[in-house]
Ligand binder design. Structure first.
Ligand code: GLP
Length: 261
């Protein structure tokens, strides 16, 4: 796993966005994996800027979201499908029908999971998956105890995740849905490239487990240690519990010309 410690969120966002722009310019029909949450917002801002400056076009690219709340109405601002429209999709030139999310209001939620995995495969599989991490070590909405090989499925949120996400629901935990439809760890591991971003002290323990802990369902993100192309970009606060922090910094500062995000 490549670990890149950066001074702040802006430098993390620029590095990741540059890598995505390079990919889409090389492969215009690239399949991008979108994460929600606050961590990737800087990346989306940088991508919008690159598009406005004429450095990239997304018209032949695809977008697949990681997860969705179950049961939120179609016009709810926190429905992840609406969040991605607001933070990236509506500002760039994705063609109609090219950005998708799991359907959290499907009549048959059990069938909606495998159907979503098939859509991703039919588009060619995810080339570049953006990820954040929950304070309990979840990626997408795969909570502690998740199967490492599962596809898209319904997940029950932990009280900690609902508490963390209450800030998006006027601080009222009772308004945070209890269930989500999320790509499973098996789905996420099929992406050709995983790029996880995290900032702040609150993520330090989850980041230490992800990078230096044993692979364990108790910290679902640790499955990334088994991915052949996984990069983690963090600020100093999120890196604060890493024993090998100085080595990671040295490795990045002394990277070879072809080594990038
Ligand atoms: N389902 C999302 C995850 O995809 C996200 O990575 C995580 C961290 O969110 P944030 O970046 O806001 O800390 O929590 C949410 O619950």
């Amino acid at each position: 796993m490549r670990v890149i410690v950066q001074p702040d969120g802006d430098s993390i966002a620029s590095l990741v966005a540059e890598s995505i722009v390079r990919l889409v310019n090389d492969k215009p029909n690239a399949v991008l994996g979108f994460a929600t949450g606050s961590s990737p917002l800087g990346i989306y801002r940088e991508l919008i800027k690159a598009y406005q400056e004429g450095k990239v076009s997304f018209k032949d690219a695809w977008g697949f979201q990681l997860d969705e709340y179950v049961g939120l109405p179609a016009d709810h601002p926190e429905l992840y499908r609406n969040v991605i429209r607001t933070v990236i999709e509506s500002h760039v030139d994705f063609s109609e029908g090219r950005v998708h999310a799991p359907n959290g209001t499907a009549d048959d939620l059990q069938a909606a999971g495998p159907a979503y995995d098939t859509m991703i495969e039919d588009a060619g599989g995810v080339d570049f998956q953006i990820l954040g991490i929950g304070t309990d070590g979840h990626i997408a909405f795969n909570e502690p105890g998740s199967s490492f090989s599962q596809g898209t499925h319904v997940e029950t949120l932990t009280p900690q995740t609902r508490e963390d996400n209450a800030r998006f629901f006027d601080g009222d935990i009772s308004r945070v849905p209890t269930h989500t439809l999320t790509q499973g760890l098996g789905t996420i591991m099929k992406a050709k490239k995983l790029v996880l971003v995290a900032e702040g002290e609150g993520k330090a323990e989850a980041i230490a487990q992800l990078i230096e802990g044993p692979v364990s369902a108790h910290w679902p993100a640790t499955i990334m240690q088994h991915h052949a192309d996984a990069t983690v970009l963090i600020d100093e606060a999120a890196a604060s519990k890493l024993e090998m922090k100085d080595y990671y910094r040295f490795a990045w500062e002394n990277r070879l010309p072809w080594q990038s995000v």
